[in-house]
Design a protein around this ligand. Structure first.
Ligand code: CP
Ligand code: NVA
Length: 306
């Protein structure tokens, strides 16, 4: 049995296999073919933070696979009022076939997984958001920019940045990260990425200069300056991150037909300008839709490992 907690635990071949499976299931869906890959299976979805895409894609995805999703917010289950993680894990995994969790500390997800009898999927923690990267890379494949990609990430060194680091390090592409001073990526995760990059051939650069990162990039991406749980820092961050907005001038430094990706939700006028977001709306909203397809591939893949 496998859990999907970070991309670090997966080989390049496995990551590509999951995405390929998602693409195959997507093609069937577009042709009106529905296959019950997971009949009568249940997916428990625990949300300790808000969500639009993750909730809708997992709930719709498991249903389309022939199963059923249970939406469990921390207002509804006892985990939210102090029932231990290890007890919740043992109870839920005794009744459900798979669990998806969105929470704060990554260690909470790890603890849950260590007590779970069924596969656990990371639906976002403070440290990583790996399911988003499955959809992002699927989108890069579809738009023909996966091969020889030079990805620039401009913004906060957060769960998305850490996941980009792991994806690049595993798959072996070039990643340039630019964050403000004091908002750099986690040094331990960066160290892990450098070590993996030695094996995969990935080129990873970190700096505090967004222009240097974007220059010649084939894919440009960013994320909110204040993640969920950092609401109190929002005002301060808006000041610190001035100069890190991906706008038309910034995009001019990238390769001529460079693509722009955003995991959403986007804050126009902060990490991205209205014009860049709307100018790349086709790819950004395909990227959002691909959450559904990539995660269906993931659920079927994990189910087959049991
Ligand atoms: N990108 C993403 O995970 O979106 P949600 O927070 O809406 O799930
Ligand atoms: N970094 C963001 C991602 C949202 C999908 C957050 O954690 O809030």
């Amino acid at each position: 049995m496998r859990h999907f907690l970070t991309l670090k635990d997966f080989t390049k071949e496995e990551i590509l296999e999951i995405i390929d499976l998602g693409l195959e299931i997507k093609k069937d869906l577009k042709n009106g073919i529905h296959k019950d890959y997971m009949p009568k299976k249940t997916l428990a979805m625990i949300f300790e933070k808000s969500s639009t895409r993750t909730r809708v894609s997992f709930e719709t995805g498991i249903y389309q696979l022939g199963g059923h999703g249970l939406f469990l917010s921390n207002r509804d289950i006892h985990l939210g009022r102090g029932e231990p993680v290890k007890d919740t894990a043992r109870v839920i995994s005794s009744m459900c076939d798979m669990v998806m969790i969105r929470t704060f500390e990554h260690s909470k997800l790890e603890e849950f997984a260590s007590f779970s009898k069924v596969p656990v999927i990371n639906g976002l923690t403070d440290s990583y958001h790996p399911v988003q990267l499955l959809a992002d890379y699927m989108t890069m494949i579809e738009y023909g920019v996966a091969e020889g990609a030079k990805v620039a990430y401009v913004g906060d060194g957060n769960n998305m940045t850490h996941s980009w680091l792991m994806l690049a390090a595993k798959l072996g592409f070039e990643l340039r990260i630019a964050t403000p001073v004091g908002y750099e990526v986690d040094s331990k995760i960066l160290e892990d990425a450098y070590a993996l990059a030695k094996i995969s051939g990935a080129k990873i650069f970190v700096s505090n200069d967004p222009k240097e990162a974007i220059k010649g990039a084939t894919v440009v991406t960013t994320d909110t300056w204040a993640s969920m749980g950092q609401e109190d820092e929002k005002e301060e961050r808006v000041k610190v991150f001035a100069g890190y907005m991906v706008d038309d001038l910034m995009m001019c430094l990238a390769e001529k037909n460079a693509k722009f990706l955003h995991c959403l939700p986007a804050y126009r006028g902060q990490e991205v300008s209205e014009s860049v977001l709307e100018g790349h709306a086709d790819i950004v909203f395909d990227e959002a839709e691909n959450r559904l397809h990539a995660q269906k591939g993931l659920m079927v893949w994990l189910d087959r490992q049991r």
